[in-house]
Design a binder for this molecule. Structure first.
Ligand code: SF4
Ligand code: SF4
Length: 380
């Protein structure tokens, strides 16, 4: 999206979708592969490559073409993983949707940033070939030593910063972000999550300085709260990996959100920054009460498609709804059946895991302008 105009086009249809007026979702989260060369402490996706058969049966490029053709109404697609760029035909996958979806406004993918040259090459190609706005988030979870330990890769931090810089040169500072997940870190890292966010921001800028690159401001530093998901991260089996780990951690993560929010006030008011502000305000509410004032729009405005063609309500809820291989690759028969079966009603009544993941939160914010405005006012 290129600013407020594109955001208003997206939010208009998303609002209609969430209200049940427009029957089709606007946003798809598509897991293009579960391959990943990171070794993150809090996610088990990378272990799948050591599990016989676990990475088999991905949708082929031909099948991806069929998915794109059967669902041309999408406006926003998150191509995620695993590490999405570890899929050898990742560029073709994205380009396929760009061609088949005439109203596509936003393409986003997160990356671990390990393979700088390959990722930069992909971004350069997609920037030239895709009509929609391309946004990339490079994951960094701490200053060098902590990040590298949490993500299990030597020099991961240095690679990620180099990738951030390379991608920023290609698509501009408004389209690339550092993405940090705020785990409750005091016990394992000896400092508060809030201090860790500050240290990470400072370390990114120190590393950019060493590369003779311009610093970032807080507007380029995205934070999100952790979640568990068995079907996606494969991380809900272990209590020790609960990203919240009790009320002390919740308070600690909320402090970090508050601290980041105070920094971003001076960074200007783009549509994305306003959404992030609402996201953080509602995340704080969620951490203290277990609820948000903004209703999730899963199965109205959004849907999730796995690398094997399975449709779920979202990244979090381990509730398979059907496989696009049985519907000619169309999402709507599966989504409509789920609505008839009361799955959407369960979301509306918070009888799902009831999370506040940014994948779903951003469209939900778009679909709730009044509640978002109230969240903004009450947090300022
Ligand atoms: S969090 Fe992302 S980068 Fe880390 S192991 Fe999971 S998929 Fe890979
Ligand atoms: S609230 Fe969370 S768990 Fe429930 S449907 Fe929405 S995204 Fe999924």
């Amino acid at each position: 999206m290129s600013g407020l105009y594109s955001w208003s086009r997206f939010s208009g249809r998303t609002l209609a979708a969430a209200a049940g007026v427009e029957g089709r979702p606007t946003k798809l989260i598509f897991v293009v592969t579960k391959r990943c060369h990171s070794r993150c402490e809090y996610c088990d996706i990378w272990k799948l490559k050591d599990t016989p058969g676990a990475l088999d049966n991905e949708l082929t490029l031909e099948e991806v073409r069929s998915v794109a053709t059967a669902n041309p109404f999408l406006q926003w697609i998150d191509f995620t993983g695993g590490e999405p760029t570890d899929r050898p035909d990742f560029a073709e996958v994205v380009e396929t949707f760009s061609t088949a979806c005439p109203d596509l406004l936003l393409v986003h993918f997160p990356t671990n940033g390990i393979a700088t040259k390959r990722i930069a090459g992909l971004v350069e190609r997609l920037h030239a070939s895709v009509r929609a706005r391309l946004i990339v988030t490079v994951s960094i979870d701490g200053p060098p030593e902590i990040n590298d330990r949490l993500r299990g890769i030597r020099n991961d931090f240095a690679h990620a910063v180099a990738t951030f810089a390379a991608v920023r040169r290609l698509i501009g500072e408004e389209n690339v972000f550092v993405g940090m997940t705020l785990h409750g870190h005091t016990a394992s890292c000896g400092r508060s999550t809030s201090a860790l966010a500050e240290d990470t921001f400072a370390a990114v800028n120190a590393a950019l300085g060493e590369l003779n690159e311009a610093p970032i401001n807080w507007g380029a530093f995205h934070v999100n709260i952790p979640h568990l998901s068995q079907h996606y991260y494969g991380n809900s089996a272990s209590e020790s990996k609960d990203g919240f780990g009790g009320s002390a951690h919740r308070a600690e993560i909320a402090d970090a959100l508050r601290s980041v929010a105070s920094h971003t006030k001076s960074c200007g008011g783009t549509a994305m920054r306003v959404i992030e502000h609402v996201y953080r305000a509602e995340a704080m509410r969620y951490l203290s009460t277990g609820r948000t004032s903004i209703r999730c729009s899963a199965l109205l405005a959004t849907a999730y498609l796995s690398e094997k063609g399975e449709v779920y309500p979202c990244t979090i809820w381990d509730k398979p709804l059907g496989n696009v291989r049985t519907t000619g690759y169309a999402l709507m028969p599966i989504i409509e059946a789920a609505r008839r079966d009361g799955v959407r009603k369960a979301v509306a009544e918070a009888r799902c895991p009831n999370c506040w993941t940014p994948c779903e939160a951003y469209p939900a914010i778009a679909a709730s302008p009044l509640r978002s405005a109230l969240a903004l006012v009450s947090s300022s």
